[in-house]
Design a protein around this ligand. Structure first.
Ligand SMILES: [Zn+2]
Length: 83
């Protein structure tokens, strides 16, 4: 299972929304979240959570594993060029 940290809908600044993102609900709390295209297209068993719930999960996991999914690095560089 891969935990994907997503930008919450409430309070989100347009500046940080990856173009092509789609709306979904946090798997833990049900809050609205934006799921970036690279995250949506990433194969495997993905669980999309908001940043608050991601922080809660990290608190409970003393040795979290992070990875950059394919396409996310390109999205980040595209965003950085525009901002
Ligand atoms: Zn949540």
């Amino acid at each position: 299972m891969r935990v994907v940290i997503c930008l919450p809908f409430l309070g989100a600044s347009d500046r940080y929304i990856t173009p092509g993102s789609t709306l979904d609900k946090c798997a833990d709390c049900g809050a609205g979240i934006f799921v970036a295209p690279s995250s949506r297209e990433s194969p495997g068993d993905n669980v999309y959570v908001c940043m608050d719930c991601a922080a809660r999960r990290l608190r409970d996991d003393p040795d979290p594993k992070f990875e950059v999914v394919e396409g996310a690095g390109r999205e980040l560089l595209d965003w950085h060029r525009r901002n």
